[in-house]
Write a protein of this length. Structure first.
Length: 312
């Protein structure tokens, strides 16, 4: 059960979500009140479908939402925004599975993947800070040895949040860095290791092979590891983010997602597309640069923010 402090913090985070998602104008909620106030004729359905597609929801998820809305409209007296909120929340519900750190897995190994520019390194720092605040000993592995200044960037974050970083010189073998971090974690009794990996395009075969090598090294250290493989996705990338998710999942066995940049132009509909085509849990969402802008995903709150409806 959440403490009063945690409950207050979560409430503040979801208030920010409702304020920042698409910068105050709900892409689904605006002027939809009259859409279901009349018979769901062809024109009304086409209007709803268009709004969903423009919101990065994708064809399959759009069809599901439209059909589910029709069913709800026939059996409910709720207003249009409430119907849409409840439908979206239902679609998103399979994505709700908060990250759980198994205390028996020591160290618990989290591998973080994603393309450059998605907010991977910042997300690692925010997650590490969150875990440290929960009383866990955390160690970072600077496995992104290919990108200029990536190692230094992670080291600077480590200094800011008082979390040790295992690193080698730029250009070093990423798998070797991760191996050193795991050995250090075991000798120091660390609870969680978060391993950064080289930002890579999902179409770059060589870099994806390097990621597979890292996974093999981790598995030699602990056959059950990595215990979590987090994919960081830039939510403003729309359907391209979905393509990234599919390829990374196929290559790296992604177990959780972090959706970033939800405070700008991202419409958030990518979460619905993921729910229909690749139901990997969304562990965290990021609303900005601050540590307080990083929180757990909750389907009902997310649906409320997307649709502009009143909270359930």
């Amino acid at each position: 059960m959440a403490t009063d402090s945690n409950a207050s913090s979560n409430s503040g985070f979801f208030t920010k979500l409702r304020q920042r998602l698409n910068r105050g104008k709900s892409w689904l909620g605006a002027d939809i009140g009259g859409l279901l106030g009349r018979k769901l004729d062809t024109e009304a359905l086409e209007e709803l479908e268009e709004r969903l597609l423009l919101a990065d929801v994708g064809v399959e998820a759009t069809q599901w939402v439209v059909e589910a809305m029709q069913k709800r409209a026939r059996s409910s007296d709720g207003d249009a925004n409430t119907l849409l909120r409840d439908t979206v929340a239902e679609l998103l519900s399979p994505l709700y599975e908060p990250l759980a750190i198994d205390p028996a897995a020591r160290p618990f190994v989290i591998l973080v993947v994603g393309v450059n520019g998605a907010g991977k390194t910042t997300s690692i720092a925010k997650l590490a800070s969150r875990l440290r605040a929960a009383g866990l000993e955390v160690l970072l592995a600077a496995g992104d040895t290919f990108r200029a200044a990536a190692v230094e960037q992670l080291q600077e974050w480590g200094r800011r949040i008082d979390v040790p970083v295992i690193a080698q010189a730029p250009g070093a073998d990423p798998a070797a860095v991760v191996h050193d971090a795991l050995e250090a974690a075991r000798s120091r009794g660390v609870d969680v290791v978060i391993a950064d990996t080289a930002g890579r395009l999902h179409t770059a075969a060589g870099l994806m092979d390097e990621l597979a090598k890292i996974r093999r090294i981790v598995a030699r250290f602990d056959p059950a590891a990595p215990h979590e493989t987090l994919l960081v996705l830039d939510a403003s990338q729309g359907q391209n983010a979905l393509a990234q998710a599919r390829e990374f999942h196929a290559q790296a066995g992604v177990t959780g997602l972090v959706l970033t940049k939800l405070d700008g132009t991202a419409k958030g509909g990518i979460a619905l597309a993921i729910a229909r085509t690749l139901p990997v849990p969304v562990r965290f969402i990021s609303l900005g640069e601050g540590f307080e802008d990083f929180g757990e995903f909750e389907p009902g709150e997310f649906a409320t923010a997307l649709t502009g409806a009143q909270p359930a």
